[in-house]
Design a protein around this ligand. Sequence first.
Ligand code: BYC
Length: 314
Amino acid sequence: MTHSEENFQEKLIEFEARIARGEKIEPGDWMPERYRKQLIRMISQHAHSEIVGMLPEGAWIPHAPNLRRKMVLLAKVQDEGGHGQYLYHAAETLGATREEMTEALLDGRAKYASVFNYPTLTWADNAAIGWLVDGAAIMNQTMLAQCSYGPYSRAMVRICAEEGFHKKQGQEMVIQYAQGTLKQQAMMQDAINRWWWPTLMMFGPHDSESKNTPELQRWGIKTKTNDELRQEFIDEMVPALHALNLTIPDPELHYDEASGHWISGEIDWDEFWRVVKGAGPLNKERLAARRKAHEDGRWVREAAAAYAANMTNS
Ligand code: BYC
């Protein structure tokens, strides 16, 4: 072993010991390059998901059924924009620039959560997104709030508090529509039918196919696997939806007495990978909307840069 390899091994042992002791790794600290790269990948994808995730619900702001619903939805969509900002900042602490991350999203290289490539066809879709999609996101993010990287973990604590409100406003709507008029009940059931499977896909591929999980677990970024979190979500949501007389669009779904778990049928993984690779129902529209927003905001960035340059010179 060369001297530099020995030096790397020593640093790696100390780094992993810090994680094992539950210490947070902070921006200036030594870290293996793979740790830094994995975090930039995950945090930037997460930030993009929040920003693209504003679009499906944002489309319904002008069509909210009353002022209260409009105020709640406005607040929620604004929160998602704020989450994107915290997360881009967290990724910047690792050396990624905002420009690189934005470019990767806009030219289609970066991933973002597959679920946001599905359309919101009725008002009840906002209810389903709030309870199912935000509910799934919270499960994942409560785990990430414990992660070993300080800035990501702290961003998650704040984000989870806001996601709690998002989930509750969705749950409140689902309960109301499931117990409402026959038309509302049918609209709610239709939304659950369309959002159930895309929500299960949010947790990512099965553990056996999840190439990143072993490294992320080794370094305390993920403390649970994709399948573990998905199972927690199914176990929580199935009885809650059944209690409202809503059905789940999975003929194979059944309760297993021995394990105490609800067992789901198989996810359509071909559909999942199609959506992840850019061929989902609305991938093109989502990216076109982001590109337009970026262009529309160009004058703000230029004015801010000119102001900053002026302040430095004066
Ligand atoms: N969609 O090895 P794996 C929100 C990719 S938004 C697209 O298991 P990992 C909200 C994965 O990136 C919250 N791609 O990966 C906003 C990888 O490809 P690369 C979003 C997916 O990282 C508005 C490949 O598949 N949350 O709350 O171990 C309104 C193999 O996967 C997906 C986050 O972003 C997917 N669903 O696990 C409402 C949380 N799944 O990158 C709500 C942060 C997998 O190697 N991210 N892929 O090319 C994570 O926790 C993890 O990255 C994942 C995937 C669980 C998503």
